[in-house]
Write a protein that binds this ligand. Structure first.
Ligand SMILES: Nc1c(NC[C@H](O)[C@H](O)[C@H](O)CO)[nH]c(=O)[nH]c1=O
Ligand SMILES: CC(=O)[C@@H](O)COP(=O)(O)O
Length: 153
């Protein structure tokens, strides 16, 4: 695809590195395929540590932030605590900064096998949604008021 003007930040968790390392590779190559520029990759120890990193990237010159992680089921409900927190907090940050933040975090509740199966799907979807949304909001911002019905897609 032709290069577009979308600048992305990626926050990726080191936890379950065998999975998240591959998610990062897939995300970078999918961004390139879509013509978007990955401006910065910020690594955090685990998915729970993402919200502040997302906030810091949103304060920089990026149009959207992609999150990548894998929250795998353990013996306790620790994974559920992590999952619930990050989804809520990154959605709040998206609204606060007026920029898309996409959820490429597998789980909670996933087994290692389920997570492995979802590496490409989650990474690509998070990048694709970030690029699509960023382009649509750019279009919306530059659009003049109209009496006609406007479709932004
Ligand atoms: N169990 C998982 C974690 N746990 C680590 C936390 O995310 C965090 O780094 C720690 O509590 C320090 O604040 N992280 C994942 O990404 N996935 C897991 O399955
Ligand atoms: C598998 C993990 O590291 C994490 O989900 C927490 O595990 P646990 O619930 O056994 O403490």
């Amino acid at each position: 695809m032709q290069e577009n003007s979308v600048k992305l930040g990626i926050v990726v968790a080191d936890f379950n590195y065998d999975i998240t390392y591959l998610m990062l590779q897939k995300a970078i190559s999918h961004a390139k395929f879509l013509g978007a520029q990955v401006k910065i990759v910020f690594k955090v120890p685990g998915s729970y540590d993402m919200p502040l990193a997302v906030k810091k990237l949103l304060e920089r010159d990026v149009d959207a932030v992609v999150t990548l992680g894998a929250v795998i089921r353990g013996e306790t409900k620790h994974d559920e605590v992590i999952g619930a927190q990050i989804a809520r907090l990154i959605a709040d940050l998206s609204l606060q900064y007026g920029k898309p933040v996409t959820l490429g975090v597998i789980g909670p509740g996933a087994t290692h096998e389920q997570a492995v199966e979802r590496i490409e799907e989650y990474a690509n979807r998070a990048v694709e949604s970030a690029v699509k949304l960023a382009l649509r909001y750019k279009k919306l911002e530059t659009m003049k008021e109209s009496q006609e019905t406007v479709l932004i897609e």
